[in-house]
Ligand binder design. Structure first.
Ligand code: FAD
Ligand code: 2HG
Ligand code: ZN
Length: 471
């Protein structure tokens, strides 16, 4: 390891004085949930792929660990350096060009530091649609989305981030640049290497740009806020909606009563969409890229049939864009409301949708009986079988947080027994290392370690994230 003065001199030589931050703002050294606090040897904000390559070549030679950071909105501490003060924090925010938009090829190439909302706007300016939709889209970056394989609010229709990628540009641990920025939908030329970097959380390479798939813009939509007695009816309603509208079901979100209470109390401008109370709700959206499609009629038909079958107790169909955005505002405010309500334990789980009602019943009963320190706020992307099975502290929080390991173990063991995942969309970071070791097939884990060794033999790329540091 070079002295700090030597390190700073070398970094400045490679990226220029302005791109080396002497005194990093505190928020870069902690994660958005405030779970981890890191320290750094230096912070760099390169402006180009060539600069990233030059930095990594140097770090590789000097065996300096590098922690990539995008918008720092991740849930698992993946972008937070360790406490040693020896790591380099690599900010990607300077790589923010939209390099190309090809509307006729339905593709767009953007650099890793582009904010997700900016990419969506660039696609819309070309009358195209980039579907990835997250509550954090105003601050998360493309490189972070790719590195976490983010999910979000319309995976049901468009898939995870991985499904939206045609090519990547990646700087490898030793500074070589891998260029697979091919705007091709068909390209069976050997192993799909680019796919390995998606969801790798910066442990296999630093993503500097991506070529993304674009889609036709949705021109018609129908949105409803629906009251249901229990999650079992969510499964039934999804089947009904798919029967009448096929792939047009874009979003299918489960919301518990407590989330209505928290958002209406703690977030300005959120109102309860229905006039009577129900234990559970769904926010359902159909979309179509054919402007004249009668989606409201489709939605009404499914809701009426569900009402007649006793599956739903009430529903409000948005009559205009204002009402639609009010429904979405409520849903997207749940994480912020939960944060304002106090400390919480988060479990980002997924199961086959048919198993979700049983999971919710068993796990909720366990929480009610065994966790008097908190209350359940379970919501999420039920159409994908993904629930944020979160528990918020009733009091100051310490008592609940002290029981974190024990509670997590019970919930994740149950998910595992039911053939589900303990991390549906938020990744592993430094938060879920133990879970990965406990629940992952040993052969799969061994292959992960083999890949890490092959891509990063000196272990400089985001060490201690996803996989524990090799002894
Ligand atoms: P960061 O947090 O900066 O980094 C995440 C990981 O990627 C880290 O390991 C980091 O080292 C690595 N990384 C970042 N950039 C690069 C790069 N260029 N190359 C290599 N590695 C890199 N997530 C969902 O999946 N679905 C949701 O619905 C959702 N909703 C959210 C709502 C809110 C209000 C918030 C705060 C977060 C939400 N998230 C959601 C989580 C988060 O926004 C996503 O995980 C997002 O993809 C992270 O992007 P980022 O740029 O903030 O990445
Ligand atoms: C969401 O779906 C995000 O809103 C955040 O994935 C989930 O805060 C959470 O637990
Ligand atoms: Zn989510």
């Amino acid at each position: 390891m070079p002295s700090r003065a030597e390190l700073l001199r070398e970094l400045r030589l490679r990226v220029g004085d302005a791109a080396v931050l002497d005194a990093p703002p505190a928020e870069l050294l902690t994660d958005q949930r405030g779970l981890y606090q890191g320290a750094v040897a230096a912070v760099v904000a390169p402006q180009s792929t060539a600069q990233v390559a030059s930095l990594l070549a140097y770090c590789h030679e000097q065996r300096i660990s590098v922690v990539p950071q995008g918008g720092n909105t991740g849930y698992c501490g993946g972008a937070t350096p360790d406490a040693s003060g020896s790591q380099l924090l690599l900010l990607l925010s300077g790589l923010k060009a939209i390099r190309a938009v090809d509307p006729d090829n339905y593709s767009l190439t953007a650099e890793a530091g582009c904010i997700l909302a900016t990419i969506k706007q660039a696609a819309a300016a070309a009358q195209r649609y980039f579907p990835l939709a997250l509550g954090s889209e105003g601050s998360c970056q493309l490189g972070g989305n790719l590195s976490t394989n983010a999910g979000g609010l319309n995976v049901l229709r468009y898939g995870m981030t991985r499904d939206l990628v045609l090519g990547l540009e990646v700087v490898l641990a030793d500074g070589r640049v891998l260029d697979t920025l091919r705007a091709l939908r068909k390209d069976n030329t050997g192993y799909d290497i680019k796919s390995l970097f998606i969801g790798a959380e910066g442990t296999l390479g630093v993503i500097t740009a991506a070529t993304l798939k674009l889609l036709p813009q949705p021109l018609a939509s129908a949105t409803a806020f629906v009251a249901i007695p229990s999650p079992a009816q969510a499964v039934a309603l999804l089947a009904r909606l798919r029967a009448v509208s096929g792939e047009r079901v874009a979003s299918f979100e489960l919301i518990p009563r407590i989330a209505i209470e928290l958002t209406t109390r703690l977030i300005a401008g959120v109102a309860d969409p229905l006039d009577d109370s129900s234990p559970w709700y769904l926010l359902v959206e159909l979309t179509s890229s054919a402007a004249d499609e009668q989606l409201n009629a489709c939605l009404d038909q499914a809701l009426e049939a569900a009402m007649n079958a006793g599956e739903i107790s009430n529903a409000s169909v948005a009559q205009n864009e204002r009402q639609r955005s009010d429904f979405w505002r409520l849903r997207e405010s749940i994480p912020a409301a939960q944060r304002r309500a106090g400390a919480s334990l988060k479990h980002d789980v997924s199961l086959p949708i048919t198993a979700l009602p049983r999971f919710v019943a068993v796990a909720s009963a366990w929480v009610a009986q065994h966790v008097p320190e908190g209350y359940l706020v379970a919501y999420g992307h039920v159409g994908d079988g993904n629930l944020h099975f979160n528990i918020t502290a009733s009091g100051a929080g310490e008592a609940l947080l002290r029981r974190q390991a024990e509670i997590k173990r019970v919930i994740h063991d149950l998910v595992h027994e039911m053939h589900g995942s303990f991390s549906a969309e938020h990744g592993i970071g430094q938060l879920k290392l133990e879970e990965l070791e406990r629940y992952t097939d040993p052969v799969e884990l061994e292959l992960m370690r083999t890949l890490k060794q092959a891509f990063d033999p000196r272990g400089i790329l985001n060490p201690g994230k996803v996989l524990r540091n090799a002894k």
